[in-house]
Ligand binder design. Structure first.
Ligand code: LMR
Length: 391
């Protein structure tokens, strides 16, 4: 029976991790999967996380089950950072812990489907796993163009999409630090998007996987908060994997905002049932660690300082790339104004292979680069190599 299965290609992004590890060239550059790196090329554990882990080790007295919603102390402690300390809609929002942002996205779209959503509008390009998840649960994707060739967001495309979405349609938007382009909507564009969503009735699902990696915790939440302030109902899929640097611990949260707080029970009884069938309950460690950080003002301050350092280093790399201007046929200038870990270069798949084989530079086949993989020691080589393969 099993021989009937058709072999599947490995996930292209995750396959890069192994390819890179197997490359013996000492000057290789990893711009593949989205993990932050310091100027020395490391991905260290945050000091705030390390301290919280020590406390967890000392204080945790049981590993008995928590339930499908996971660590609600973590979920609730995160809320003021996500939705704002004084947000008026907070009483209509509740959440639950998920295995990473992927678990949150999966729960959001599965629950939307269960509530009657028949199709989902998604900007192209998007994080490749969005389409994989949607295909897996059998929800139709309708694509719109996310960006323009000058490296800015295509506002008209998203507004046209929202106004024409019709009933039983959801729109999935990246809250900040768009993956893979780094091209975010400006606050004014978010205002227009929020108004359009309020008018059309299309159901918003906001994927906020990089809060704090763009312009700041508050700034990166602007669009999501603006949308939630304008519409009656929405879902938010959240990841702490990047902003706490706990990638492999899989720390995420799913939040739902409902029209009337009385609907929260209905929504979360369904969300719990879906989670129970998919993963039963999320892994505990990372969420417990984030809870300890978020409940301790000193650890919270330390965490936010470390996040600021990450953000500022990525901003410096972006400025350096932007200042380089033209490299071969690639204009690097727009990268200075994009946000977060990623930008996408206008290179062909063949040029991506050439960069890997001839220059030991690893990036996604789409031309997406991880900005944090660049350092003072390798950025000139990178710019030179892009110029060489695209000239
Ligand atoms: C990425 O896009 O590199 C990250 O979000 C990691 C992942 O799970 O794909």
């Amino acid at each position: 029976m099993l021989e009937r299965l058709t072999p599947q290609a490995p996930d292209a992004l995750l396959a890069l991790i192994k390819l890179y590890a197997a490359d013996p060239r000492p000057d290789k550059i990893d711009l593949g999967v989205g993990v932050y790196r310091t100027g020395q090329g490391d991905t260290p554990i945050f000091a705030a996380v390390k301290q919280a882990e020590q406390r967890l080790l000392d204080e945790q007295d049981s590993k008995s089950y928590l339930g499908p919603e996971g660590d609600m102390g973590f979920v609730n402690a995160l809320m003021p950072h996500v939705f704002g300390a004084n947000a008026t809609m907070r009483g209509r929002i509740s959440g639950m812990q998920t295995p990473g942002g992927t678990g949150a996205v999966r729960l959001a779209v599965a629950l939307a489907q269960r509530a009657g959503v028949e199709k989902l509008h998604l900007g192209k390009p998007s994080w490749p796993n969005h389409a994989q998840i949607l295909n897996d649960i059998g929800l139709d994707i309708v694509w719109f163009e996310h960006a323009r060739s000058d490296g800015t967001a295509n506002l008209e495309a998203v507004l046209d999409t929202i106004s024409g979405a019709g009933p039983n349609a959801a729109v999935l938007l990246h809250g900040a630090c768009h993956n893979p382009t780094g091209i975010d909507y400006t606050p004014q564009q978010w205002d227009a998007i929020a108004d359009a969503l309020a008018e059309s009735g299309a159901f918003p699902i906001i994927d906020l996987a990089y809060q704090g990696l763009g312009h700041g915790m508050e700034e990166d939440a602007y669009g999501m908060r603006r949308v939630l302030g304008a519409v009656p109902e929405a879902f938010v899929a959240y990841s702490c994997d990047k902003n706490f640097g706990v990638y492999r611990d899989r720390v995420g949260a799913f939040y739902a905002m409902v029209r009337e707080s009385g609907d929260l029970d209905k929504v979360f009884s369904n969300a719990n049932a879906l989670a129970r069938a998919a993963w039963s309950m999320p892994p505990d460690h990372g969420g417990a660690v984030a809870r300890i950080v978020l409940r301790d003002p000193a650890l919270t301050e330390l965490w936010l300082d470390e996040l600021t350092q990450m953000r500022e280093r990525m901003r410096q790399v972006r400025e350096r790339l932007g200042a380089a201007g033209i490299a071969g046929s690639v204009n690097l200038a727009p990268l200075a104004h994009q946000n977060g870990l990623f930008s996408t270069l206008p290179v062909t798949p063949e040029q991506v292979v050439q960069l890997r084989e001839e220059h030991a530079i690893y990036m996604a086949g789409s031309g997406r680069i991880n900005i944090a993989g660049l350092t003072a020691g390798n950025i000139d080589k990178f710019i030179g190599a892009v110029a060489a393969v695209t000239s």
